[in-house]
Design a protein around this ligand. Structure first.
Ligand code: RIB
Length: 308
């Protein structure tokens, strides 16, 4: 049986420019590559979960335009359940400017949520059945926080495991963190949420403790090429990343991780085992260009885990 995962989040068209560095204000820089492709953290995570083997249902809003058609195409290919996608003819689908460094594959992003910026708590109430029947509910912070809060509350009430990927970084109250079984920030998001430095693994552990003190039941800090730290107050382990090949583009690596993590949890794996599964997905995704387009299949993840 495939794990049921419900995901609230946004889709945007990613406009990705490759260059050796970001331009300064007032400067024009010649690019070294351009791609347009499917992005948005919620959509990326739904695609990652579906490709990793979950029955993934996405809750979102989409404009009635060409970018919206790209979304429907990628969801159709990946097998994402779109029963809770609302088409909105009043607002366009969003877009993201993505800078990808030709030096090391790292990225910098500006995202505009577009139609998905109108998601409200009522959209979550309308999708209540998909949430309460899921094994895991996942959200991020690209749509309004009230919508995220409602989804997390509905899931918690129904005993569904909750995962918050707190990206982009935002100020969160403790009541919201208390609704989270797992929070999955990267280093900069963990630093922003806790006000603590997150350079070393030891610092990451202190920040994770702080997230627990603020209400989260477990923290999973993604630490780039070092892997991910799982910390729940009882277990605190660093799961290393997998050396798969040269890093091409890190865009969406956190989404590959979170989507795969939710899938493995939904299958009943122990959290540390789910983190290992998620690290494999994240490590594979950075070897390919794009966000949703770079998500690995279940067969690829299983093969990498079997080799290691
Ligand atoms: O996490 C990567 C994603 O963040 C990109 O696809 C971009 O759309 C932004 O939402």
């Amino acid at each position: 049986m495939r794990a049921r995962v419900a995901i609230l989040g946004i889709f945007v068209a990613d406009l990705a420019f490759e260059a050796p560095r970001l331009p300064q204000l007032g400067e024009t820089l010649l690019g070294q590559g351009f791609r347009m492709g499917p992005g948005g953290k919620g959509s990326n995570q739904a695609v990652a979960a579906a490709k990793a083997g979950a029955n993934a249902a996405l809750i979102t809003r989409l404009g009635a335009d060409a970018f919206g058609e790209i979304a429907l195409g990628i969801w159709g290919e990946a097998g994402v359940d779109t029963a809770h996608v609302v088409r909105d003819s009043a607002r366009p689908t969003g877009a993201a400017f993505i800078f990808v460094s030709t030096r090391d594959g790292n990225n910098a992003i500006i995202v505009e949520a577009g139609a998905a910026g109108d998601l409200t708590a009522a959209d979550l109430d309308a999708a209540r059945e998909a949430i309460t029947k899921a094994a895991v509910f996942v959200t991020q912070l690209e749509q309004p926080i009230d919508a995220a809060r409602r989804g997390l509350a509905l899931a918690r009430e129904a005993g569904v495991a909750t995962v918050l990927n707190p990206a982009p970084a935002a100020e969160l109250d403790d009541a919201l963190l208390t609704l989270c079984d797992y929070v999955t920030p990267n280093e900069s998001e963990a630093a922003a949420l806790t006000g603590l430095p997150v350079g070393s693994v030891e610092e990451a552990r202190v920040a994770a403790d702080r997230l627990l003190a603020r209400g989260a039941r477990a923290a999973v800090l993604t630490l780039g090429e070092r892997g991910a730290l799982y910390h729940d107050g009882r277990i605190s382990d660093l799961v290393p990343a997998f050396a798969v090949g040269p890093v091409r583009d890190t865009t969406g690596a956190g989404d590959a991780f979170t989507g795969a993590f939710a899938t493995a949890l939904g299958e009943g794996r122990a959290p540390l085992e789910a983190v290992r599964f998620a690290c494999a997905a994240g490590s594979l995704s950075v070897t390919r260009p794009g966000a949703a387009a770079a998500m690995p299949t279940r067969a690829e993840i299983d093969a990498l885990l079997a080799e290691n």
